[in-house]
Design a protein around this ligand. Sequence first.
Ligand SMILES: [Zn+2]
Length: 775
Amino acid sequence: MILRVLPSLPVALVPVLLLAQTSTPTPAAAPSYEARYAEVLALAPRADRVAQVTNLVLKRDVAQFTLANGTIYLLSSIGGRTMGAVFQGEATFSFAPPTRIEQDRLARFEKVRALDARVTELVLLFADSTLAELEGKVKFGQGQVPGEIRTVVKKSLEYLGDEDSKSFHPDLMTAFLNNQESNDLFYAHITRDGGGPLMFMLDPFESEEVILENRAPRRFWTHQPEVICRFPRQRAAPDSVTGERRGTPTIRTYRLDNTLTQTGSGDLTFAAAARLEIATPVASGPWVPFELFYKLQVDSARWDGGDPATVFRGKEAMLLWVKLDRRLQAGETRSLLLYYHGDLIDRYGDFFFIKSPSSWYPVSLDERSYATFDITYHTPSQYLIASVGERADSGVAGRVLTTRWVTPGPIRNASFNLGQFEDYKVKEEGVPPVTVMVSEQAHRELAKGLRERGYGLVQQRKMKETVGADVAQSLKFFQHVYGAAPVKQVYATEIPYYEGLAFPGMVDLSWVTFQQTDQQGEDEVFRSHEVAHQWWGIGVDFATYHDQWMSEGFADFSGLWYLQAARKDNEKYFGVLRRWRANIFLHKDEPSPIWLGYRISSSKDEVGYQILVYQKGAWVLHMLRILMLDLKTMNEDRFTATMQDFYRTYHGRRASTEDFERIVEQHTGLSMDWFFQQWVYGTAVPTYRVAYKTEPAGNGQYRVKLRVAQEGVPDDFRTYVPVALDLGNNRVARVRVNVTGPSSEIELPLLPAEPKAIKFNDLDGVLCDVKMVGW
Ligand SMILES: [Zn+2]
């Protein structure tokens, strides 16, 4: 489904490597996963391949390993090929991130902006030219292998896999299994003085190939790594890859036949027959990994023509390995029939919920790839079902309802929801029909459960009407301000959780927002946020995780805008905005730019993702809105036209922050780089100390002077702050003042009357803290 253009993988076949390969049997793809996995697990230093090294340097992008003095051992072969080595002695690892954001990031974790670590042991795994480089520089021969070196290797492998599920890092494992080419894959497990281990990787399957990780210190699985830095490798000409992966096989079309059967205890079992069309942007295989929810077991697999297919799935493993009958070339496809079943559906009262909304069917490791879906569900006839796609057929036979849903075009994720629902339809002129699926009975039970635990929760009257109205009216409002809805119908279904999820034509809303509506507008924002994803996140997809604020922040802002414009509640709009500002200010000591996306969440910062990507992301749009507002007429056509233009231009595609910046610049006619640098790529938020004085200027006019101290931001930080002057008799004068540098004195245009009050940062035009002080 991803129709992105991928550059071909740079394959560096250096002659010396070819030479090295002739001395061993021709490596071949693994006939079985388990046999090769066993070789990986048994990786150990070889006594006949030992060398003393002095001042040997390995460079991988911005990383440099200097093996000053010590011993290096090649590891046992995998599929007949040497793909690993271990070093012990004195060495250094230096790593200098190329950008300010990644240097800041390194400083968060390591307290330095460029790393120069003293290394005692190094385990290397590779499919690149490392072996040739080593053999070109040192002479391997017979030696001693101390027991502790074996332990070093064994321990490092624990960071990459899990023996119970026979899992291993999928990109390393792909190289080990296929073993017929050189790619740029390089991995180093670094043991150092004065700090936990570090993992450096050059992973050609990632869009940002250069990765530095550590072992996350807290509640994660013991060896779950945490990304410190990641960025694209230095290239002569930067490529324009979108998404997080490159060169990764995908599934382009799905035909899923799902059977959900009720058991005696009222639970639902799940079994599926899937026809998957596998495609690849570059030659791949024969072994290719996919993901499938770990509770699902594969029963059988065969190719389209009927031949049995080789697949491997470890016990409770997330990965599903498929061995293609031959290597797949770019542009070729192969159709696999896969049968699987398992514990997928949770029951909660009259709700059912998919335990894994993102991998209940086999998915590409490129989780952002697109596919078309043709899905049939056989479900107990007493339950209502909603799915992505357009409903093509349905019929009841016995007590089984069969429905078929087809997506009109490629989408990112498919989902469904079913339950003892009542359906409530909302028809609004000019808006796709909305079907709300709600379970009154489940509400009574959920609320009762909460009451028993001491939480009072009043059930709002007209649950479905209230939710349905927000869904339909926000659809209508977003059509008006952004452009035609990209779907023909919308299902709004209820889920027994505290979150919302959006899919094309379907939103899952927390049961709580049905149960009650808070008094402050957050519920309206929550419901319309999920609706807004039809435009932002689905209609216009974000280019990479860096741009996710253009999905979540845009959706949060859209919810606010709906609250203000359609629900005509100005006070709540600013109320919610100010609460979000308070969160942002409380978070000031954990600075991360919005642009870091999911990486904001780390052991250093557990709440920042929500506060920065969602709430500060919404603030960025709000600030643009006010910046583009005509303060004389309060007309905001320029902002609306910008959003419409952006939606029209990128609908059905992926857009980056730079793409958005370009559209904004077309509508302002000015460079907006400063704005995006400060608010999206930067972390600072200003505090202003503002004093003013007024004096007569003759002819009944008045002069107002402002003195503004700007704190907490770099010296070149600049803002355009709206100032409102109350002139009495319902007259308000508004001006925009440019604040730059630590202190400025600003004289406002002459006023026709003496101002009774001055409001600095009117309309909360800038995300800042304002303190009024005496002159
Ligand atoms: Zn969202």
